[in-house]
Every structure is written in structure tokens, then in C-alpha cells.
Design a protein around this ligand. Sequence first.
Ligand code: NAD
Ligand code: UFG
Length: 339
Amino acid sequence: MRVLLTGGTGYIGSHTAAALAARGHHIVLLDNFSNSERDVPARLQALTGQSFPLIEADIRDTETLTRALRDHEIDAVIHFAALKAVGESEADPLLYYEMNILGTIRLLQAMQAANVAHIVFSSSATVYGQPDSSPILEDFPTRVENIYGRTKLVMEDLIRDLARTNKLSGAANLRYFNPVGAHPSALIGETPRGVPNNLMPYLTQVATGERPHLNIFGNDYNTPDGTGVRDYIHVMDLAEAHALALEHIFANNVSITVNLGTGEGTSVLQLVRAFARATGREIKTLIAPRRPGDVASYYANPALAEKLFGWKAKLSVLDMCRDSWRWQAKRAGINDVQV
Ligand code: NAD
Ligand code: UFG
């Protein structure tokens, strides 16, 4: 297949590009580099031995998008490009409506103009809000608790509506739980700007000495050790899931909404301990107040992905810690990484 990846030089997009290339697909990357590095295509080439054509464009530019889809004879799109910071979305809702919702509409218009009728979309477990229980199934109620979550839900609905009215032939809304890790080569990984919001990038920066300690946001939750529980998923497993989901919707012309997680909950303290075990690095921690808006615990029931397209996460929390560390250590110029 010839596949265009919006946001293809970002964290999950770049890993998916490598996974798709390994399965023989031809990949075109489209990005405006608002949250990624310009040498990602070159690093992907070093990793895979294949070249990755790059279109520098904004997803709101329908004309450029339509041309790209036509010129590269694209069969399907994987749509990663979005803004993704919950706090920023609350500070500037219109920015998020424009980039995420309007950007998706523009992309869908370009696809329609170029007769591209298959899309895989990056959704998020954030659409479940505070679930009544875990593991979470796809038919659990969706609850929007912030603007970022609202945009994900609206984008899912746009795609489902177009599939229902036969404007799209196949669509997959993939609800990621908590993506972490990096390619084991340490050639690609996550590059958060400024102070990381998320646990794993923060933790790895404590390990490199870039930050003095990790704040654990609350140890009085109703969880086994009092700290927040999440379903961390290795980005390599996630990348594989995109390839399988895409091949499934392309072959069967179906529209699906699917959780992508391991099905296992891991607490903040468990992750800190796993990191020390996987890397030999102890992490200094301090207990801090709860972070506003955080949910105590949630994790996926990922059975539907296995049933529909035979995907199951293979990598462990130790693998996630090891690969996140390799990546961050390399970026920090630490060369004696023995893991
Ligand atoms: P990322 O920021 O690394 O990748 C997004 C890419 O899109 C970046 O390269 C950025 O430069 C590009 N981009 C942003 N706006 C654009 C625009 N208007 N036009 C063109 N390119 C644009 O983020 P990621 O972690 O790889 O996330 C990919 C997708 O997965 C996003 O839609 C995100 O909301 C979703 N998601 C991420 C997580 C997570 O924790 N990483 C969890 C759930 C869902
Ligand atoms: N945490 C800390 N210290 C930190 C950072 C996080 O203790 O410095 C804790 C949080 O309180 C939470 C857990 O680590 O219990 C995970 O937090 P993350 O910020 O890594 O992830 P979240 O589950 O809060 O959020 C992620 C994405 C959101 C997305 C959400 C649901 O960042 O964009 O998953 O998919 F909306």
C-alpha cells in the first residue's frame, strides 16, 4: 500500500513509518515540524534502508494535501497530526478546535477530492474520562473532561459519520492508552519540548540528571499502593497495531473503534521500581499533591484488537523502561548505557 502519514515525523508516527516500511508498504510523511525534528526522515532511512518522501505542510492546507495524495498515488492515510497537551487545550480551546477538528475536516476534504477512502486515526483513552471501572471496553460511555478530549471525540465522530454515509470505505479509530518507549535502536523516540508532562519522559530525565527528582502526584488514591495506575504500552507494539489495523480496514472495508493497550495496570511506584530494575538507575522521588484532573486508575480491555486484526501487545514494562532509557541517555550524551 502507499500510505500517507500526517504527523509522520512525530513520536508515534515515526515508529509506525518504520513498522509499515518493514511490512513492505511505501510511506510518505507529511508534517509541519511544529513538534518534531527535521532529521527524522534521515534517521528513518538509516534505520530501515528505505527512503521516506517528506511533504512539509500543515494539515489545514487542503490544496497541498490533495496534491500530495494525488501525486503520490496514496491508497490510505494514517492521521497522527494534532496538538496533544491537555493543559494547553484548556488554556486555548480555539487553537485546539482549529488544529485538531478543522485540520481533520480539511484532511477529510482532501481525501474525498483525491478519492482516498481509508483512514486510521489516532484517538485516545482520554475519551473515556473517569471510567466506572477497568478494564475498559470500547462500548463504555465516553466522557469528555477537557478540550483535548473533546477534540478527539469530535474527530472520531466525523470519521464514523463519513464511514456510515459511505464517504469513507474503511476507518479505524484507535484509542491509545499510555504510549511509552522508543525504537530499540535509539534512533527514533519521543522528544517532548520543555519540561515533560508525562511520567516516562520525566522519569528518564531524572535518570540522566537533567531533573533533580520525580514528583509523584498523589499517593492516597484508591489503588493498591496509593499512586495512579495506567496502562503503559510500548510504542513498538503500538506501531505494529497501526499496520495490522490498516491492512484489516483496507482488505475488509470496515469501520472500527478499538482500544490499544496491554490490559495491565501499572502504578507510578511500580514503574519507578521497574525502571531501576531494567536500567540499574535509582530514581529520586518526592510525594507531591495530586495533579488536578488526574484519574486514579484505568486500563484497557484490548481483546477486540486481537479478535479483529490479531494484534496483542508483546513487550513488557521492563522493555518499555529499557528502551525509553536508551533513547533518553543517548540524547543526553550518556554513552555507557548497559541495558
Ligand atoms: P507528536 O507531537 O510527537 O506527533 C504529532 C506530529 O504532528 C508532530 O510531528 C507535529 O509536528 C505534527 N503536527 C501537529 N500539528 C500539525 C499540523 N497542523 N499540520 C501538520 N503537522 C502537524 O505526538 P504523538 O505522541 O506522536 O501523537 C500522535 C497522535 O496520537 C496525536 O494525534 C495524539 O493526540 C495521539 N495520542 C498521543 C498519545 C501520547 O501519549 N503520545 C496518547 C493518545 C493519543
Ligand atoms: N505522574 C506523576 N509524576 C509526573 C507525571 C505523571 O506522578 O511527573 C503520574 C500521573 O499522576 C499519572 C501517571 O503518572 O498517575 C501517568 O501520567 P501521564 O501524564 O504520563 O499520563 P496521563 O495518563 O495523565 O495522560 C496521558 C496523556 C494524555 C491523554 C491521557 C489519556 O498524556 O494526553 O493519557 O490517554 F489524554
